[in-house]
Write a protein that binds this ligand. Sequence first.
Ligand code: PGA
Ligand code: MG
Length: 237
Amino acid sequence: MFTNFNNARQGAIRGVIVDLDGTMLDTVPDFHVAINRMRAEFELAAIGQERIQNMVGKGSENLIRSVLAVDFDQAGVERHFVQAMEAYQRHYLAINGDHSALYDGVIEGLEAMRAMGLRMACVTNKPIAFAAPLLAKKCLAPYFEVVYGGECLPRKKPHPMPLLQVCADFALEPAEVVAIGDSSNDAEAARAAGCFVLTVPYGYNHGQAIQETDSDGIVSSLLEAATLISTHNRTAN
Ligand SMILES: O=C(O)COP(=O)(O)O
Ligand SMILES: [Mg+2]
């Protein structure tokens, strides 16, 4: 399963870029509450978690457009967009993190990566106004030297820009960096940047099986990712 990664005879891995939603935290219950409170303001019926899960991953604008498209045509979506976004942001900030939980192995994995001396960044398509307090609330903030939210740079994942920015920040070559994420956005961004990519199977991949996404390996947890990187570094040039 990890052949690409293990067979890569490049140098050691020196940095990791970790995704947030669906990789470190199961945030769909937060999205579910905030979106349905927004929908209630518009007198729209509640929608289920599974449906919302498949809409997450490409940032807030895309999410809110998808949520409105359940009821409106394209013109209707645009007509309601600004007000819906305002309501959604207000409701999300009020409950941010209250209903979300860390996945197994996250803290252990981050601890192991830190102990290995890896440079660590979090790159998420979540707005930084949501991501920063959420990372702090879940005691994840201290692990990351750099955090980029969806609107921090001109382009977001699947564009490679935020990953390349992290490489520049850390003065590392992309081939010295592994991105770890739950979706094709993470994998495509990593491929385009020239970083390695490991995917987790438990998150949100737009309703697609993670096996359909091109990556250097599927890991069951961040702890397994750390173990894999450690093995790679022992045999690296
Ligand atoms: O909020 C989103 O759209 C997804 O965020 P992520 O990049 O942390 O998965
Ligand atoms: Mg994600």
